[in-house]
Ligand binder design. Structure first.
Ligand SMILES: Cc1cc2nc3c(=O)[nH]c(=O)nc-3n(C[C@H](O)[C@H](O)[C@H](O)COP(=O)(O)O)c2cc1C
Length: 364
């Protein structure tokens, strides 16, 4: 899962802070989770990110442009998201997180975790919100929250998602319990490192995986061509869509897609409907019995039956140039005699869409 951690860009005065930041980062990296944090290199923020990277984990930094320009960014992190201002940074860090931890910090940390607490109490966020109460650092806040309830200004129900942990073991226990709760409710998403699943992804392609788009409606089409790779130092998945497909219009409008990959073989009904019929004519969710799962980072759901999910934003697109395709392939694949909107159309060229993989997980 993506764990968003809020903490300060200075080291603090107690050496226990440094030890705890390193311990937390080491655990996030080793356990296959990923860190989302503010993106800076200094103080506790830098220590935490460095510890995650050292333990083999991925780190996403979300940094406002003015901090980037001032040279605060930690260059070694896996992914940097630059926002226009602090408000956008807060929103992005919430959007990306599956769990939220406030490490001991200052007013900035307090502001950030307060928004998470508020969203959890309104029911707008179903994710654990953990105050890391190292050496009693957040005892005052704990008392304040209890006081709010006593005064009838908050309630135990509203504060149900807010937890205090005084050690890493406590944090792990809270996350473990919330994971099993989510699993029971069918909303578990296990974050993956895409490279570790490269074999499954590439091997699934010849039998067909789903390319999902969500414009006027949700639509899934089977694709058999695709590449997992890297472009401009970003993790990417490239797809090829004939220009008469319903999918193409949706992709051009929304600029995003999900790829749903089966782990236990294909479902013949899903592949027949989504690979042989067009969204121009039918509602594939109904016809193929697709169970949709909301995405975490973009607006296009995945399909539960094909649980390995890549969320992608279009980074680049290019139409094929027929004149540069080898003659024998051109004659076989693009003979110009079947109209472009038919499922087996061959008159159209393909457009290649390069999607930046912005999130990847297995729906449990
Ligand atoms: C195994 C398989 C692989 C396919 N691969 C692709 C592909 O890579 N690109 C493409 O444009 N169409 C491909 N198709 C065809 C589309 O899935 C099919 O035309 C679909 O009906 C298009 O749906 P849409 O019009 O709703 O977008 C494939 C079909 C099958 C069965």
């Amino acid at each position: 899962m993506n764990i968003t951690v809020y903490l300060g860009a200075n080291p603090g005065s107690d050496p226990a802070l440094e030890r705890a930041a390193r311990e937390l980062g080491g655990w996030i990296g080793e356990s296959g989770h990923a860190l989302v944090y503010g993106g800076s290199k200094s103080g506790l923020m830098g220590l935490l990110a460095e510890s995650v990277l050292r333990a083999g984990g991925e780190v996403t930094g979300v940094e406002p442009r003015f901090f980037v320009d001032a040279g605060f960014v930690y260059d070694a992190i896996t992914r940097l998201i630059v926002t226009e201002d602090m408000a956008q940074r807060k929103a992005k860090m919430i959007e990306l997180g599956d769990a939220f931890i406030a490490f001991p910090g200052g007013t900035g940390t307090l502001e950030e975790i307060a928004e998470v607490m508020s969203k959890a109490s309104l029911g707008h966020l179903d994710a654990p919100c953990i105050l890391y109460n190292l050496n009693g650092y957040y005892d005052g806040l704990k008392a304040q929250l209890a006081h709010m309830i006593e005064m009838g200004l908050s309630s135990p129900e509203k504060q149900a998602g807010i937890c205090f942990a005084d050690s890493l073991d406590g944090i792990r226990e809270i996350l473990r319990t919330s994971d099993s709760h989510r699993r029971e409710n069918g909303t578990m998403k296990q974050t993956i490192r895409v490279n570790e699943y490269a074999n499954q992804i590439v091997s699934a392609l010849p039998k067909g995986v789903l390319l999902n788009t969500n414009g006027d409606k949700f639509n899934a089409m089977v694709i058999g061509w695709g590449h997992l790779g890297t472009l401009w130092s970003r993790p990417t998945f490239h797809v090829y869509v004939r220009q008469g497909r319903y999918t193409k219009g949706q992709l051009d409008r929304t600029g995003e897609f999900t790829v749903s990959i089966p782990l236990d073989g294909v479902d013949p009904v899903i592949n027949r409907v989504c690979g042989g019929q067009s969204g121009f004519n039918i509602d594939k969710v109904r016809e193929a019995g697709l169970a949709l799962e909301d995405a975490r980072t973009i607006g296009t759901p995945g399909v539960r039956q094909y649980p390995l999910t890549l969320e992608c934003r279009v980074l680049y697109a290019q139409d094929q140039d027929l004149s540069r395709i080898p003659e024998d392939i051109r004659a076989r694949m693009y003979p110009q005699d079947v109209p472009g909107t038919a499922p087996l159309a061959n008159r159209d060229c393909h457009t290649m869409y390069v999607g930046e993989i912005v999130d990847a997980y297995i729906i449990g």
